[in-house]
Every structure is written in C-alpha cells, then in structure tokens.
Design a protein around this ligand. Structure first.
Ligand code: PLP
Length: 399
C-alpha cells in the first residue's frame, strides 16, 4: 500500500466546493483567513505591517497583560497544560473551582459554571432550561450560539423582530400551553452594539412567569460601575435568572460561563452535553481568567478609558452626520455599508492607511446590511483614534 497517498478522498467532488466558493466570491461573500503575526493588542502585525486593530473584542487589553500572563505561566508550572478529561471524570481541578467561586461572587449569583467557550455556555444554558413542551423566545439578532441552542433544544422556538417587545408580549400571551417559557437575549448585540431593554424584559418575564436568560458576552468587564454588565448598568441584576458570559472578550482569554442558582447549576452539571461530553478548560486558562477578574475589579480606569474613547468616536461620527451610524452609545460601533463588496472595498482602503477593520458580511449580519464593525481597546491612545477618525472622514461615504 502506498502510504504517501494523500488522504483527501473527496477530490472527485472538488468541483462542487469550488463552484460554491466561486459563487460566494462573486457575491463578495468569500471569507479568507488573515494571519496575525503578533500578540493581540491595540496594534497587531499583519502581512509584515503594523496595523491599528479596531475589530478585536479584547476591549480592556487583557489578552496580553503582564498580570494575566504571569498567572497563566505560574499555573502552567503548577498544574500543567491539559485537564486530561471532562470535569465529571478527572478534569475538575483547583483552578476550575476557584474561578467558579470568583465568578459567582463577581456576579452576585449563588453559583457559576465554566465552559470551554461562551458558545458552549449558551448551548448548555438554553438546552438545560427548555425542552419538549417548553417555549423559548429569542430576538432575531441574537448571537448564533443562542439561535443554535434554541433550535436544538427540542422546545418550540419563537423569534421576535429585533427589540420588538410588543411582539414578544403577544407571543408570550399565546404561550399558555407551554410548560416553561424562557426569554433569551444578548444584552449588548454583538454586531450592532445596541442594548436590550432589560427593565422591560424583566416586566414581561414577571408578568408571564417566564425565565430570563441574558448573554452578557460583550458587556462583562465593560459595562456597569463594577463591570458586571448591562444588567448592573440598568439596575435589574436581581431579576435576571441566568447570566451567560464569556472569558474570551473583555477578559482576554478563552472560556464561557453561566451564573445562576444552585439548582440550575446542579441541573446543568447533571444534564448539559456541552459540560459533560467535553474536556475541561485548561487549568491555566482558569488562572488567567481569575487574574483578569482581578484587573476588572482593581482597575476600573480601564473601562472608563474605553468609554471615553468610545464617546470621542461617537461624537466624531455624529459630526460626520452619517445616518447609517445607529444611535448607539456602545463600544461596538457598526458602520452600515449595505453592499458586501463595498464593505470589503472600504475595509481594504482603511487597511492601506494602516487600520485593521474587516468587513462583516452575511450571514453574520442580514442580507444588505454588510458593515464595518469598529471596536476599541482601552489601550488605544488618542492619536490612534485620531487616525481612525481621519481615515473614516476620507474614505467613508459620509465624508
Ligand atoms: C462571542 C459571543 C459568544 C461566544 O463566546 P465565545 O467565548 O467566543 O465562544 C456568545 N454570545 C455572544 C453574544 C457573543 O458575542
């Protein structure tokens, strides 16, 4: 037998994939990987050039912060690299327990449960809360992980138009037969940067005896006086049943978590596939997240700095009078371009000026809503932001 034979046995079908890829390219929808040759930070190296990075979720600059790196290095020395098994077998180690108690205390919830990614945390949360005979109500623009979770939960899925809580109320009104009702939503929407109206959702959940599950992926560490997220900022934390968060955005690492009651967490430990059938997070990743939580607590100036940069950018965009900038006070700032090819062209023009802002295209966003999605980092300095603003003035359709 020729052991050098390539393993690719699908070669005879190659034309199918390449035709489909050509089609994507013609629509301006082809995605390709761009290699970054540096650590994450306000500046990254791409194709041998230093570019200002205006697209990362590393909002607080913790992905490469010395306090976090030290914690990770020390944990690797003490605990090694891999967890070796799932949590319920032999993968549950000291750093997992420590991180979960830190997260529970941080969130003011009874318990927290950590997952390998935020994606898995959403899968677990929603599939754990609902099943057959239940109904899950989701916002049209929720993150893909919430949509995937709802669709695979076995429950009836009802999608309401983005932030249309009158429609949500009508759906709740007609949900009388359901055993359980769960409302699941992003708190900060990942591609538009706008916010769920959490006080209104709390009213609705109370009125209809529903469970409210919010995904604070983009808000954890960023919003609220203590960085707990939008629910803290809006003063409704005590009414939220389940919080999903991620360790991979403002906290700069990898992993996701659920914060909820003892009973819900115990239920998930016993039933959640994304918890049971996968290897535990590396212990050093837990140590890194703990160190990141230290910084969220001890250095509120990081989120304040981020927000002051965000304010400056919003003011500058307002001055450009671009009606395509939705009124958002958020740290996620979409510049809606519409056409995918045009979005790619703009992104390339910005890259030529030394600014990295990839185009976000369907199916990540709805058809006809391609955009540049700008995000800032607390470590950007004023002149970094000036460069972005000047380039947007020159290249934007809003010049
Ligand atoms: C990024 C994101 C997730 C997934 O988090 P990961 O840790 O990257 O898997 C979940 N929900 C929302 C709203 C997100 O933006």
């Amino acid at each position: 037998m020729n052991t050098n034979r390539p393993r690719n046995t699908c070669d005879n079908h190659k034309a199918v994939w390449s035709d489909q890829l050509t089609e994507l390219a013609e629509l301006g929808l082809l995605r390709t990987l761009r290699r970054v040759d540096s650590a994450q930070g306000p500046t990254i190296t791409v194709a041998g050039r230093q570019l200002l990075c205006f697209c990362s979720n590393n909002y607080l600059g913790l992905a490469n912060h010395p306090h976090v790196l030290n914690a990770v290095k020390n944990a690797v020395d003490e605990w090694g690299w891999g967890a070796g098994a799932s949590r319920l077998v032999s993968g549950h180690m000291g750093p997992h327990e420590q991180l979960e108690s830190r997260l529970a205390a941080f969130e003011h919830m009874q318990r927290a449960l950590v997952f390998a990614t935020g994606y898995q945390a959403n899968l677990a949360a929603i599939r754990g809360l609902v099943g057959k005979n239940d109904i899950v109500l989701i916002d049209k623009l929720n993150h893909a992980s919430i949509v995937d979770a709802a669709r695979s939960s076995g429950a009836t899925v009802r999608v309401f138009p983005h932030l249309d809580y009158a429609k949500l109320e009508r759906l709740l009104d007609r949900s009388g037969d359901a055993r359980r009702r769960v409302i699941a939503t992003d708190s900060v929407f990942s591609m538009d940067g706008d916010w769920a109206d959490l006080p209104r959702l709390v009213e609705l959940k109370e009125c209809y005896d529903a469970i409210l599950c919010i995904d604070e992926a983009h808000a954890t560490g960023v919003l609220g006086a203590h960085g707990r997220g939008l629910a803290e900022m809006m003063g409704v934390e005590q009414h939220i049943d389940v919080v999903v968060g991620t360790l991979s955005k403002a906290l700069g690492g990898i992993g996701g978590f659920i914060a909820a009651s003892d009973a819900i967490v115990d239920w998930l430990v016993n039933t959640a596939g994304p918890f049971i059938y996968t290897t535990a997070l590396p212990p050093a990743a837990c140590a890194g997240a703990i160190a990141a939580l230290d910084l969220v607590k001890q250095e509120p100036q990081r989120r304040q700095r981020l927000m002051s940069l965000v304010q400056r950018l919003h003011t500058a965009l307002g001055d450009m009078r671009n009606e395509n900038v939705p009124c958002s006070r958020s740290h996620i700032i979409p510049l809606i371009v519409g056409d995918s090819k045009e979005a790619v062209r703009l992104s390339k023009a910005l890259e030529a000026e030394g600014l990295f802002v990839p185009a976000i295209r369907p199916p990540t966003v709805p058809n006809g809503k391609a955009r540049l999605r700008i995000s800032l980092c607390a470590d950007h300095n004023d002149s970094d932001l000036d460069r972005l603003i000047v380039a947007l003035r020159v290249h934007g359709r809003w010049a």
